[in-house]
Write a protein that binds this ligand. Structure first.
Ligand code: NAI
Length: 309
């Protein structure tokens, strides 16, 4: 297999990351199939709504959608994981970008293994889960064609992709995938050791948790805290902007996952529980930039209230 052979890409999970990765693959010239799961009780017409909505946003909303031109959208087909699963046969690369839960991801891989073409590479966009856990119990063929490709948010602008493979990984498949990510999608690939959170989240999530907890206990003003952090050289989003960007609802999942994977005495455990403020925001549907009500730390009243719980 050579790099030119990754022409058909399927992305499963049409959320923040999946939609962005699908757009980048289409921008790189691939035919893309974007699937999400139908909800129970959906009528036939409603079963593709999540992926269709993601495509619509890609076309409409430049910052989140990330399509280079509206013509690129013609390369993206949407569907759902019940009615269109068999279309995963014939893909060259299947990217999994669903919820950060080992059991749910593994159940999906079992299904993928039944339909994928022998040469097809499969990758997970997991933030925290080690490759060896994802591969546990999978067939030899799947093991040889599965890696972690950890993209960053938003996939259009963030150049980094953390890559994790094993000694078993097919060298041809790996080379093709790397070439497509690097030359095709313009990403910078860093090969990481297979450890919980790889590099970025092992360090970055720790930092986000500590910063949030300190800010809450000091009752800091959100904007002021971010302004200071930005001006002293931290990411342009600041601490709270980064929470909004990653997804307020996703972060407890990611920290819980990291916490389960790390030893009890690890320094991270002290910060693994998010403050109550986060559960309150999630209950209200304030999921940050992706939420239905488009509210997180940076929307409406919470900015004026400081961080009192
Ligand atoms: P999200 O919640 O925005 O989207 C997940 C999508 O997957 C949803 O549309 C959901 O309906 C769908 N889904 C869930 N289970 C499914 C299943 N069994 N079959 C098909 N579709 C299913 O999540 P997000 O933020 O896009 O995260 C996806 C993955 O990417 C996670 O593993 C996360 O840890 C990782 N990630 C997230 C980043 C972020 O900043 N949000 C950054 C880097 C990685």
């Amino acid at each position: 297999m050579t790099d030119t052979q990754i022409r058909r890409v399927a992305v499963i999970g049409a959320g923040v990351m999946g939609a962005g990765i699908a757009a980048q693959a289409a921008n790189a010239g691939a035919q893309v199939l974007l699937l999400d799961r139908p909800s129970e009780g959906d009528s036939f017409a409603e079963r593709n709504l999540i992926a269709a909505g993601a495509l619509e946003r890609m076309i409409k909303d430049g910052s989140r959608g990330a399509l280079m031109s509206s013509g690129v959208a013609d390369r993206i087909t949407v569907g759902n994981t019940e009615d269109h699963f068999s279309e995963l046969a014939g893909q060259d690369w299947i990217v999994e970008a669903i919820v950060e839960r080992l059991d749910v991801k593994r159940a999906l891989y079992q299904r993928i293994d039944q339909v994928r073409s022998a040469h097809c590479m499969v990758s997970s966009n997991t933030s925290t889960l080690p490759l060896k856990h994802l591969l546990d119990g999978m067939s030899d063929g799947f093991r040889q064609h599965f890696v972690v490709t950890h993209f960053f948010n938003p996939p259009r602008y963030m150049r980094l992709v953390e890559f994790v493979s094993t000694d078993e990984t097919s060298p041809e498949g790996l080379a093709a995938l790397k070439a497509f990510n690097d030359k095709g999608m313009g990403k910078t690939l860093i090969t990481c050791a297979d450890r919980p959170g790889f590099i970025a989240n092992r360090l970055g999530v720790y930092w986000m948790q500590v910063a949030l907890q300190e800010a809450v206990s000091l009752e800091l003003d959100v904007q002021q805290a971010d302004q200071v952090m930005q001006l002293c050289g931290f990411p342009r989003t600041g601490v709270f902007g980064l929470w909004d960007l990653c997804g307020i609802d996703l972060m407890p999942e990611v920290t819980a996952s990291l916490s389960r994977l790390l030893p009890e005495e690890d320094a991270f455990q002290r910060y693994a529980r998010s403050p109550e403020l986060i559960s309150t925001m999630i209950e209200k549907g304030w999921h940050g930039r992706k939420g239905k009500v488009l509210q997180g730390f940076y929307r409406q009243s919470i900015n004026d209230q400081g961080l009192k719980q």
